[in-house]
Structure formats: C-alpha cells, structure tokens
Design a protein. Structure first.
Length: 252
C-alpha cells in the first residue's frame, strides 16, 4: 500500500496563511501531530480565519489534511466544523447510534455506481460524517480476531459499534472501531468508559512551542497565542513547563 509522505518544507504554508494558520503556528504543533500530518493524516480541529471580498473577517474551525497533486506539489484539504451532522440518508436507529458516537455499517454508492457497504461514524470534533469501505476495517478485524481468539458474537458486536473489553495479563483492555485511528481500530488500557474518554484526547491545557502556545479551553477547543501576546498566567505556565522538562531530562 502506498502511504502518503510529505516533507515539512514542501507543505503549502502560503495557502495556510490565507486562512490564518501561519508557519509558526504549524511548527508549534506537537511533534506527533506534525508526524501524522506528514503521513497524510488529519489534523486536530484548528481555528481558521478568512476574509471575504468586502474585507469582513469570519472565524471558524476545521481539520486539514495534505495531499499531492498530479504535478507533484502539495496542497491542503479542509474539513470544516459543521453545526450539525448530515444524517438524512440514515434511518432513525442508525442516526441514534451515530449520535451516540458509535460506528455503524451502512449502504453506500461507490464512485462507479455500485452498491457497497461502509463503516460510518461522526467526527465529534467537526460533526462531519466519516466513512471507510468495510473490507479495509474488516481485514483488520480479522487479524484482531485471530490474535485475540475472538468469537463471532464478539466480532459482530465490534462491527455494530460496541467496544469490547478484554482481560490481558490480568488488566482490562478495551478495543473498538474508531475511524480516526490509523487502522480504524483503537485500543485503550481500561474499561469502555476509559476508551470513550480517550477519544476526546489528549492535549494538555498548554502546549508551548518555539514561537507561541496552543491553549485548550474548557470546551476542548484549541487557540494559538503568539509569545508577544502572553499573559502573566502564560509566562508562569511556560516557566513551570520548562522546569518539568528539565526535571524529566535529569531523571533519564
């Protein structure tokens, strides 16, 4: 399988800047996020700002992902946050499951007009509806079933969006379908509640970079503060972060 891979210096920073995302802001994202972006994965939900022909500025939020055009250059796709998920094509029971955060099996039309099955799930960050052809996830489920000796009933539950908790080395481990993960299947140490909380992820309140800081608010939304706009609180948090990093380095 061909895996998308982009070098950092070929990313379309001029295009991103038109949407309020400067190169400094991108460089200050955590290293694991930069690695995922360079592998063609989606970003976290980030703030963007655009101006219309009248000079009016509107702020919004979006995920983004990079792709390579036929001429070899790298461009960006945006997956904007929606006010609500477009679920009209699904029946009431399917909508109920999707709104509960579950992955479901659904019918879809392929690009050549054939009827096919897909796994569908709502992205909680943007309310976009994600879908992946069933053979991709199905193959990974087959490998999982063989490795963990799962039965038909357990696999059927996973296929219908129900996380499965197992005991591995006397500790609970939960697995379930999550279309945001690299394989479409996500593991978590702990019970189902921990598995669901893990998907909400994963950022500290303050993530300091070279030029500024990504701050997560009480609603889990990320905003960027350049160093020249730090408050006293941010300067104090930066000092604490530097002290923790020094202490961790000394104990390695």
């Amino acid at each position: 399988m061909k895996i998308a891979r982009f070098e950092f210096d070929e990313l379309p920073f001029q295009t991103l800047a038109r949407f309020g995302l400067t190169q400094e802001m991108i460089e200050d994202l955590p290293m694991h996020v930069l690695d995922e972006l360079c592998e063609g994965r989606h970003s976290p939900v980030l703030p963007v700002r655009v101006s219309d022909e009248n000079g009016e500025t509107a702020e919004s939020r979006t995920r983004l992902a990079f792709y390579r055009m036929e001429n070899g250059q790298v461009d960006v796709l945006f997956y904007p946050a929606l006010k609500s998920s477009p679920l009209e094509r699904y029946d009431q029971e399917q909508q109920k499951q999707l709104l509960a955060g579950k992955a479901i099996l659904a019918d879809a039309l392929s690009e050549d007009g054939r009827h096919t099955k897909v796994f569908v799930q709502i992205d909680p960050g943007t309310k976009q509806v994600m879908s992946v052809p069933t053979p991709i996830i199905g193959r990974n489920l087959q490998v999982l079933a063989e490795d963990l000796h799962l039965g038909t009933a357990e696999i059927n539950g996973l296929q219908h969006g129900e996380p499965l908790t197992l005991v591995v080395d006397d500790e609970p481990v939960t697995v379930g379908i999550d279309l945001h993960s690299a394989t479409g299947i996500r593991f978590c140490a702990g019970d189902e509640q921990k598995w669901r909380e893990q998907s909400k992820r994963e950022w500290d309140k303050y993530t300091f970079g070279v030029y500024g800081c990504w701050v997560m608010d009480d609603e889990g939304k990320l905003n960027y503060v350049p160093e020249e706009k730090y408050t006293e609180e941010l300067w104090n948090e930066q000092k604490k972060s530097a002290e923790r990093n020094r202490a961790a380095a000394l104990h390695k």
